[in-house]
Design a protein around this ligand. Structure first.
Ligand code: D5M
Ligand code: ZN
Ligand code: FE
Length: 698
């Protein structure tokens, strides 16, 4: 009711906010009051922090609640609410590389022409100008460099400029509902439970059952229903299900087989694939309660404590690989240090604050806490902006004796700059990276996915494409394979398949059409039937059984590391990106590869506790990027982008879901139906094949 009332007024509410507000709704505040308050905050997304403030102002909760639940909220460096930021944000411009110049920026997503879009059917051409395209060695003339885009089906090309689509969505986002005047009747308390009560109206002693008939003017008679307040309302007949009991397809009738005579080189190349890291395979030593009466809370505290220790231990050994970092001293032993000598400490960033002259950090290790000051004049102070809460860093400086270290150096874990020379492969073999398929959503790009399956089955348009398809041996799915149920308020109305079992059935039925010699690796995301907190061990078997039954698929955890022909692919769904966007200035959902780089440099997939991303109290921190991968894939933000950094290829794989109503409101402009193809030997992009012209107006 609260959700619908807000939606009617173009306001959104997050699930945590909903649970905070719901008990008070209709009793202690009115909808109008709430909307007025939210509007005064300049946003239309009702989130937990706004609700807490609102409830505090109304005296419904005591002050201090939020500081208890969010111990590590950024203080002065807080960059404000992401939702508002992204809502106001215009299309991102192409930023120039800010790193050591050995990185590669992918083309801006909405400019296919500049990116070297190859349209098939007409003679293929390569458009130069993809920044850093020289980074990717091209061995073929046309679908060569990292920026190549192959668009299939040129028929659709002329009238399907991506530009128009994105401009359209921008234009609509300019009329954000923030400015909308609220018509009075919208916020009046309408009896919206009328329909339910009407259907349950009992027959009274006069034989009156609340129903009468009315003529709708077309000669069509329908029962007239009186609601609670005697107000006549229209009786809406339930949809009559089709024969099989479903009004939707789960694709069980779709069979695509390889085109006759199509030769798959990949079928002849021996598979070399191994899941080298999977959360499911990690054996934990669960913490022991002191006695049989040990409370759940005791386990939790104890688990988080071991998680913290585990993170510190892992990060410390990563930091130790840096030859610049010498002997590390425990924070608890700082007071024994002779003053004025240099010390190096390693700790978790609990807090960061900007002061007039620089920054103050609070670092914690297992022995204690200390404040660290770094002057703005110091080169390394620039690193502070990009430090996320609960990341682990090393600091070198003088200990003042007053509980403060004056730092001259800050070391982030980072990735060393060296070439990882791997033996060449005898034969070219390719891997496709996908994520965020969202099967079951009305916005799932069904037709584009069918075309993709046709393509995999040899329905290609030229020799270059045939070469690509022929050598595809692996497909990796990085989560959100289905849209799920109950993920966000109002989702039900956007579902084509409202049943989670059927969503997995449908996805598996689609995957049955992937040629058998292609090995698929499928991991979960936040929309999947899986543990919501990170890491996610896999899909709940009960729900995703059809996936487990697929002959040529392996379910992986989120995160996981897959070794393909000796190259390590780190796969994670990517919720950590949300925290990056929240905490680091100038990072946005529109530029996921940049955000991924921040995580890679901090060597953690989701460092922040108590932020947007729930972290499970596992006794070991499995989200630390312990060894440097050759390729790092994430999804989640629905935008394809890639980048190179110190020998690691970072890529966000985009989505197969067109823009949802929710995304429209928060100005998330997806890049659906793109297929990035990775050359396994180099672990770099070989080509991007786009099916997006089949995904318009979904
Ligand atoms: O995420 C799709 C995109 O939507 C991604 O950019 C995150 C964003 N998203 C998802 N949920 C929220 C909420 N509650 N607030 C703000 N932004 C959100 P997906 O996981 O596919 O739904
Ligand atoms: Zn998604
Ligand atoms: Fe997601």
């Amino acid at each position: 009711m609260l959700v619908e009332d807000l939606l009617k007024n173009n306001y959104l509410i997050t699930p945590p906010a909903y649970y905070l507000l719901e008990p008070h709704y209709g009793e202690s505040f009115t909808l109008a009051e709430l909307i007025k308050f939210v509007k005064s905050k300049g946003t239309f997304v009702v989130d937990a922090s706004i609700v807490e403030e609102f409830l505090r102002e109304k005296g419904l909760i005591s002050t201090g609640t939020s500081s208890e639940t969010k111990p590590s909220e950024p203080l002065e460096l807080e960059s404000g609410d992401t939702e508002i930021d992204s809502a106001k944000e215009q299309r991102p411009e192409v930023l120039t590389p800010d790193l050591e110049g050995n990185e590669l920026e992918s083309p801006p997503k909405q400019l296919p022409d500049e990116a070297g879009y190859i349209s098939t059917g007409t003679p293929p051409e390569t458009v130069e100008g993809s920044p850093g395209s020289s980074e990717i060695e091209s061995s073929e003339s046309h679908i060569s460099d990292g920026g190549s885009f192959i668009s299939t089906g040129d028929v659709f090309i002329e009238n399907s400029s991506e530009m128009e689509v994105s401009e359209g969505s921008l234009a609509s986002s300019e009329e954000l509902p923030v400015e909308t005047e609220l018509p009075d009747e919208d916020i009046s308390d309408t009896p919206d439970d009328v329909v339910e009560t009407a259907s349950a109206v009992p027959v009274d002693e006069n034989g009156y059952n609340g129903y009468s008939e009315y003529e709708n003017g077309n000669g069509d008679t329908r029962p007239l229903v009186y609601g609670d307040y005697g107000i006549p309302i229209t009786y809406v007949e339930e949809e009559v299900p089709e024969e099989n009991g479903k009004t939707y397809s789960v694709y069980d009738d779709i069979t695509i087989t390889p085109k006759e005579g199509f030769r798959y080189r990949a079928a002849e190349i021996p598979e070399e694939a191994e899941v080298v890291f999977d959360v499911k395979n990690v054996k934990f030593n669960p913490p022991k309660a002191k006695n049989a009466a040990g409370k759940e809370g005791e386990f939790l505290v104890s688990s988080y404590r071991s998680l913290f220790r585990s993170r510190l231990r892992k990060m410390r050994s990563i930091l130790r690989e840096n030859p610049e970092i010498g002997g590390i001293i425990d924070i608890g032993k700082l007071s024994y240090v002779r003053s004025e000598g240099d010390v190096t400490i390693v700790g978790m960033v609990n807090d960061k604050r900007e002061t007039a002259k620089g920054y103050v950090l609070e670092l914690e290790d297992t022995t204690g806490r200390v404040k660290v000051f770094i002057n703005r004049e110091r080169e390394d102070s620039k690193l502070v902006m990009n430090l996320m809460h609960n990341a682990v860093i090393a600091v070198r400086g003088r200990y003042s004796g007053r509980g403060m270290v004056f730092a001259d150096r800050i070391f982030i874990p980072d990735v060393p700059r060296f070439k990882r020379n791997k033996p060449p492969l005898k034969e070219k073999v390719y891997a496709i990276l996908l994520s965020d398929i969202h099967v079951g959503s009305r916005k799932f790009c069904e037709e584009a996915f069918f075309k993709f399956l046709d393509w995999l089955n040899g329905e290609v348009e030229n020799e270059a494409q045939a070469e690509l398809v022929s050598r595809i041996k692996y497909i990796i799915f990085g989560g959100d394979v289905v849209d799920g149920v109950g993920i966000y308020p109002g989702q039900y109305d956007e579902l084509a398949i409202p049943d989670i079992f059927d969503q997995y059935e449908a996805f598996a039925n689609l995957l049955k059409n992937v040629p058998r010699h292609i090995h698929m690796f499928i991991g979960p995301g936040n929309h999947d039937a899986a543990r919501t907190a990170l890491p996610q061990p896999g899909f709940y078997e009960e729900y995703a059984r059809p996936l487990y039954k697929l002959k040529n698929a392996t379910v992986i955890s989120n995160p996981a590391v897959i070794r393909l022909h000796g190259r390590d692919f780190l796969i994670a769904h990517g919720r950590g990106i949300e925290d990056v966007v929240n905490e680091i200035p100038n990072r946005s959902h529109h530029r996921p590869a940049e955000a991924m780089l921040e995580l890679l440099k901090l060597r953690h997939l989701a460092p922040t506790f108590g932020g947007k991303v729930p972290i499970a109290p596992d006794p070991e921190d499995l989200l630390v990027i312990e060894s440097v991968p050759d390729l790092f894939q994430m999804g989640h933000v629905h935008v394809m982008e890639y980048k190179m950094y110190n020998g690691v290829f970072l890529i966000n794989s985009g989505t197969w879901q067109a823009q949802t109503e929710f995304q429209k409101m928060v100005n998330i402009v997806p890049t659906p139906a793109r297929v990035p193809i990775i050359d396994v030997e180099t672990a770099r992009l070989r080509a991007v094949v786009s099916f997006d012209q089949f995904c318009e107006g979904v």
